[in-house]
Design a protein. Structure first.
Length: 422
């Protein structure tokens, strides 16, 4: 990533002085200068803007530890902008994206949004990726009165800071990812409902938050937790864990997994001759090519949850997929959820702008607190804290197909219970 030279602070101050009298964005910004911090490289822009375009700024982690989801989010924003511009723009004006690379660094991300709003005077901003970056950058946007719709920052602490400008563009917060699966389990007739369950989770904030909530819900409704193990993120040998699971033989196994560890768990369970009546994994099964390729028919009957699905009948979903593959190649299976979630941000913002017929940020914030928006992840509406009030989709492998089985209003097939042997 290009960094500013030792003249960076001086050039930044000069930039502020030169733009102090220029025409601004919809919101008037405070006159305080941005704090000194490493400046990001501009990695995507259509130019400085001349008043005929709507300039939308963002700082994304295109490098560093969040580089993969950050790059995927950038692609999602670009697909949305390309579709908007091909259809006459936003309020009749072409959309420009001004995207900076914060290298997964909080201080850089904060300085980026200060620069975008106070110096570049963009009309609108959209959010970054990960709660780690969303928390401090949303506060910058709040200080300037900018709406902040974001694609990937759903930790509980995102919503408990008293901000009214933040809106999380996923169906629900991350801790609620398994809620629809829990509802399905508890809806089973008493004779079919599992009596015991085990949880095996990677030591990761996301996975632990999901399985902690799931455990509380299942225990409250009478299921018995017979095993609860947490393993280090670098774990690749699940033999000992699988032996522990097989010994207590829970009816339901829950894996708090990210990607490869879901495959590793299942392979170890097969070796240990453990056959549950049901299996749910937080992530891994939603990567069709790698998961099915690694496990073959052993995937049959496995549940997982997902915010976006290529085959879902949701607003603009096929249009999004067609535009994405035209711009970046590949197939629908190559599209990451982070790209779809960033596209969702654009859908929400566009519908709100069209509803109020304005890009005034204050009016947008009010509208975003009251409206319902049709998106590729389903209908979205937000509570007073910007928390979405929807549900993740639950999918299940049925033979060679990965299909939506919950919620009922989006289901493509009925769930299989109990699962076939893996």
């Amino acid at each position: 990533m290009n960094r500013m030279s030792g003249l960076g602070p001086l050039m930044l101050l000069l930039g502020l002085l030169l733009t102090a009298c220029s025409s601004g964005a919809t919101n008037s910004a405070p006159t305080t200068a941005p704090p000194t911090a490493p400046a990001s490289a501009v990695v995507a822009t259509s130019g400085p803007g001349d008043g005929t375009q709507i300039v939308i700024g963002a700082s994304l982690p295109l490098t560093g530890r969040f580089g993969d989801p950050g790059a995927a989010a950038k692609r999602g924003y670009e697909v949305w902008a390309s579709l908007v511009n091909a259809n006459g723009g936003l309020r009749g004006r072409q959309v420009q994206l001004r995207i900076l690379d914060n290298a997964s660094d909080q201080k850089t991300a904060v300085a980026d949004y200060e620069r975008l709003i106070a110096v570049d005077k963009v009309d609108l901003v959209v959010g970054s990726v990960s709660s780690f970056l969303v928390i401090p950058t949303s506060e910058v946007a709040a200080r300037y009165g900018y709406a902040f719709v974001e694609p990937a920052g759903g930790a509980p602490e995102v919503f408990n800071r008293g901000l009214n400008n933040l809106f999380f563009a996923q169906p629900a917060i991350s801790t609620q990812q398994a809620d629809a699966f829990v509802s399905y389990i508890l809806s089973l007739p008493e004779a079919q409902r599992p009596k015991t369950f085990g949880v095996v989770s990677q030591d990761d904030p996301f996975t632990l938050s999901v399985v902690t909530r799931l455990k509380e819900q299942l225990i409250a409704d009478g299921l018995k937790l017979v095993l609860d193990e947490v393993y280090a993120s670098q774990t690749s040998d699940f033999t000992t864990i699988a032996d522990d699971v097989a010994r207590v033989n829970p009816d339901l196994i829950v894996g708090g997994t990210l990607q490869e560890d879901s495959v590793g768990q299942i392979q170890a369970y097969r070796t240990a001759h453990y056959q549950p009546r049901g299996a749910f994994f937080t992530s891994g099964p939603s990567l069709p090519d790698t998961f099915r390729a690694a496990l073959g028919p052993a995937t049959d009957g496995i549940f997982s949850s997902i915010s976006w699905f290529a085959k879902a009948d949701t607003a603009q979903n096929q249009e999004f997929i067609t535009a994405y593959t035209k711009l970046f190649g590949g197939t629908a299976d190559d599209i990451a959820e982070d790209s779809a979630n960033a596209f969702t941000v654009g859908q929400v913002l566009q519908q709100a702008v069209e509803k109020i017929r304005s890009i005034d940020n204050g009016a947008l914030i009010k509208e975003l607190h009251t409206g319902t928006y049709q998106t590729v992840v389903g209908p979205l509406h937000f509570d007073a804290t910007g928390r979405p009030e929807g549900s993740f989709m639950i999918l299940q492998w049925q033979g060679s197909h990965y299909v939506i089985v919950a919620p009922a209003d989006r289901a493509q097939a009925s769930p299989i219970w109990p699962k076939p042997e893996w």
